[in-house]
Design a protein around this ligand. Structure first.
Ligand code: BES
Ligand code: ZN
Length: 653
């Protein structure tokens, strides 16, 4: 056991003792370590253009949910009881809601409170403005909102039994980031407004509920009429985008101390084996940047329609089943979501314009975990894959969108979800690391997480912190780092350096032999290659190929497909890379493989580029796209259909 873990357990014991007077009778003690002093210092709110809330007037501190999941009507309904503090004299509380049915608003005694619904905006939803009795100094009011979600709530996907692995029970899961929590919880939905939460979730007794919180009733409690209730609590204040729920036929396997996997029973064994190194990953992360502050770290492997690779819901990362490759080759995604337990969940982007602070730091940290657990060679390969994706993104995006600090005025925060935040952000941190040295950089980063734990962070706040604690007035260093150029200029500053991978040199050679010199596919050492080498080979493009469509002949495509057995490829990343080549060449024999891929998983990162490329292939690709989308769309999550609809349109019927 690592030193950090021992220290954490000691402090957890101290917390338990401190809480013993006020903890609910008979309730399990929180298994989370105490909050650092930094959480109590006041937060200055910066304006978040993606929220109607006015936290400087009145703000939500705690959300208590009491919801019933009804799979017939596809609704969650019940109450959200909000603990609210306000400026003395304030009489208004503003919440964010979108596509929610508000039934009533009342105070703790059940006396109705007046409320008004603002204008509906397609991205932001509406303001729910509640008139409350004037706040007194230090007063906390409880506001009870009785409501129901709608069947098409954007955060929720209600799956039929046929859409699950087991095929016999329905399934529900949520996806809150960036601003979708307001479609299932009426609260102040801004990443700068942290809230603790608790919940009672009542579900059909054949199912189990899990949340991004401590589970207080592992087996649930009898609720009558064939229902059971599960109770949860999250005692660390979190931004609302991290509130998450899943309900289904779920089973759990412990993988190591305080780490485990949840998934459907038929997938449990595969998941347990795929993520057998979970404990090592958490230990490595703690060894790098300080204690893990959330108690347990579990994974929830979702049904294949989960629209993202992973989502860092605290204590319980949600992940796509496409990372269960059978050979642990895609576990860097878990390293990524785990890293968010520091970058994002502890120190949180204050607004979506600062999204790179979440994702850029996380990609950097993810790579450090991978290096610590799987070695430098693997980490370098991952860096190069990311860097190459970044080059494509830089070539494709308008220059203004290649700045780390974004201007999202009038835009959906999802517009910021590009490799700029991820890979340019990570390249920025690697540049700082290279210039100041790893030891100094790590010391600063550990301090950054500690100083800013449980607080929102702006890009200006980051600059202030790194100047105060790392640069410390060293003018030469300041100049060398080019901080402002990285943050506010398009493209890459002159101090950026491409990562290199010795292992990829051999892949580049094989790629040139096949793609340029038209050698046989049998000369590719495919079987000896790792997934990352295979990905690199398939992402390889001869110079100038980005604009010219065809860089392979039909016989070469057939040779590749047959020799590498790509029709039976099971690794989603490899398959995706191959299908992009196939579509760009209008390679008809791959269409059945494409059809299988697009109809058996709904991860937007795979689905959207393939439909976009199909669409770009005019009279060849559009009929295929239309046919496949009509087939696939009913199985996709609203996050995925929302994006693909814009490319292919909504199928008729
Ligand atoms: N937090 C993101 C997912 C996200 C970002 C959802 C913005 C909604 C809005 C998550 O950590 C993530 O980055 N997932 C990636 C995987 C990662 C390895 C790059 C994904 O889903 O592909
Ligand atoms: Zn991320």
């Amino acid at each position: 056991m690592s030193r950090a873990r021992l220290a954490m357990m000691a402090s957890a014991l101290a917390l338990a003792a401190a809480l013993s007077g006020c903890d609910g009778l008979g309730e399990p003690r929180s298994d989370m370590p105490p909050l650092p002093a930094s959480t109590t210092a006041p937060v200055t709110y910066v304006r978040d253009i993606h929220s109607y809330a006015r936290p400087e007037t009145a703000r939500v501190k705690h959300v208590d949910l009491d919801l019933t999941a009804d799979f017939e009507s596809q609704t969650l309904s019940g109450t959200a009881t909000l603990d609210v503090t306000g400026e003395p004299g304030a009489t208004q509380l503003i919440l964010d809601i979108r596509n929610l049915e508000i039934r009533s608003v009342a105070d703790e005694e059940g006396r109705p409170l007046a409320f008004a619904l603002g204008q509906d905006d397609p991205i932001l939803g509406r303001a729910l403005t509640i008139t409350v009795p004037a706040f007194e100094t230090d007063e906390t009011q409880k506001i009870v909102v009785t409501y129901a979600t709608r069947p098409d709530a954007a955060a929720l996907q209600w799956l039929t039994p046929a859409q699950t692995a087991g095929g016999t029970q329905p399934f529900l899961f949520s996806q809150g980031q960036a601003i979708l929590t307001r479609t299932w919880v009426p609260t102040q939905d801004s990443p700068g407004i942290r809230q603790t939460y608790s919940a009672r979730i009542t579900v059909p007794e054949a199912l189990k509920a899990v949340m991004s919180a401590e589970m207080l009733t592992p087996d649930g409690e009898e609720a009558g009429e064939g229902m059971r209730t599960y109770r949860f609590r999250m005692t660390n204040p979190v931004p609302p985008y991290l509130m998450a729920i899943a309900v289904g036929d779920l089973a759990f396997a412990e993988v190591g101390e305080d780490v485990g996997v949840w998934t459907e029973p038929s997938r449990l064994e595969a998941a347990r084996n795929e993520f057998a190194e979970l404990r090592q990953m958490v230990d490595a992360a703690e060894g790098l940047y300080g204690p893990y502050r959330w108690g347990r770290y579990d994974l929830l492997i979702l049904p294949p329609s989960f629209p993202f690779g992973g989502m860092e819901n605290p204590r319980l990362t949600f992940a796509t089943p496409t990372i269960v490759a059978g050979d642990r080759s895609l576990v860097s995604l878990v390293a990524h979501e785990l890293a968010h337990s520091w970058s994002g969940n502890l120190v949180t982007n204050a607004t979506w314009a600062d999204f790179w602070l979440n994702e850029g730091f996380t990609v950097y940290f993810e790579n450090r975990i991978m290096e610590a657990v799987y070695g430098r060679e693997r980490a370098q390969m991952l860096q190069v894959l990311g860097w190459n994706d970044l080059q494509t993104t830089l070539a494709d995006l308008p220059p203004a969108d290649t700045r780390l600090r974004l201007d999202l005025t009038g835009r959906d925060p999802d517009d910021g979800l590009t490799d700029i935040a991820y890979e340019k952000g990570a390249a920025f941190l690697r540049t700082i690391e290279r210039i100041v040295g790893r030891e100094r950089f790590d010391a600063w980063l550990t301090g950054y997480f500690e100083r800013n734990a449980f607080r929102p962070m702006t890009t200006d706040g980051f600059l202030a912190d790194i100047r105060a604690n790392l640069i410390q007035g060293d003018a030469a260093l300041e100049q060398q780092l080019m901080l402002e150029a990285w943050i506010d200029q398009p493209g890459l500053p002159s101090n950026a350096q491409a990562p290199t991978s010795p292992a990829f040199t051999a892949v580049d050679q094989a790629a040139r032999a096949f793609y340029v010199d038209r050698g046989p596919a049998s000369a590719i050492p495919w079987r000896r290659w790792s997934t990352q080498e295979r990905q690199h080979f398939l992402a390889w493009r001869p110079t100038g190929a980005a604009s010219s469509r065809d860089w392979l002949t039909a016989p070469q495509l057939a040779d590749l497909e047959t020799t590498l057995n790509l029709r039976n490829e099971g690794n989603a990343e490899v398959l995706f890379a191959w299908l992009q080549i196939a579509v760009a060449h209008r390679y008809q024999p791959a269409v059945p493989t494409l059809e299988r891929f697009l109809t058996t998983q709904g991860r937007r990162k795979f689905v959207l580029p393939l439909f976009t490329s199909l669409w770009a292939e005019g009279d060849w690709g559009r009929p295929i796209a239309t046919r496949l989308y009509a087939q696939a769309r009913p199985g996709y999550h609203p996050v995925t259909t929302g994006s693909v609809d814009e490319v292919v349109g909504v199928p008729a019927g």
